[in-house]
Design a protein around this ligand. Sequence first.
Ligand code: T46
Length: 139
Amino acid sequence: MKKSYSIINLRNIQNEEKDLGGLTFVEELNDIPFGIKRIYSIYGTKAEKRRGFHSHKSNWQLLFCPYGCIELILDDGYEKNVVVLDKPYTGLIIPPNYWREIVWKQDNSVLMVAASEMYDPDEYIRDYDEFMTYIQNNA
Ligand code: T46
C-alpha cells in the first residue's frame, strides 16, 4: 500500500516563565516511523530560492524548519500538495517516491532533515519524466 506524507507536532517543551524559549526533540521509532542514519541542514538560502526537484527510491525523511518559513511542494505522481513549515515544532514525514520542490519563503530559513538512509546518489531520481515512469512501474 502506498505510504502518504504526514505532518506531525514534534514534542515541544516551552519555558516561557523564565523566557528561555522552547525545546523540540524527536526519537527514532517513537516519534517517527524509521531509524535515523543521517542528519543534515540547509542554511543561508535567500527567499524565493528553490531546491529539491527530485524523489527518493528508498529514503524516508523527517523535515522541520527550526527558523523561518519553508514551503514544500509534494508530488506523488497523481496529485500535488503544498505544506508550509513555519513553526519550529512542525515536522513533515516524507516516505519514498515523492517528487519535492522546496521554496524558501524567508531569507536564511533553516531546513533540518533526518534521513533513514546514508547518502546514496543512485537512490535519487532527478528527472521528472523518469520519476513518472518509476511511479507507474512501481506503484
Ligand atoms: C532532500 C532535500 C530536502 C551529500 O554529499 N550528502 C548528503 O547527505 C546530502 C543531503 C547532499 N550531498 C551533496 C549532494 C550535492 O552535491 O550535497 C549537494 C547538494 O545536494 P542536493 O542538490 O541534493 O540538495 P537539495 O537541497 O536539492 O536536496 C537535499 C537532499 O539531497 C534531499 O534528500 O530531500 O535536501
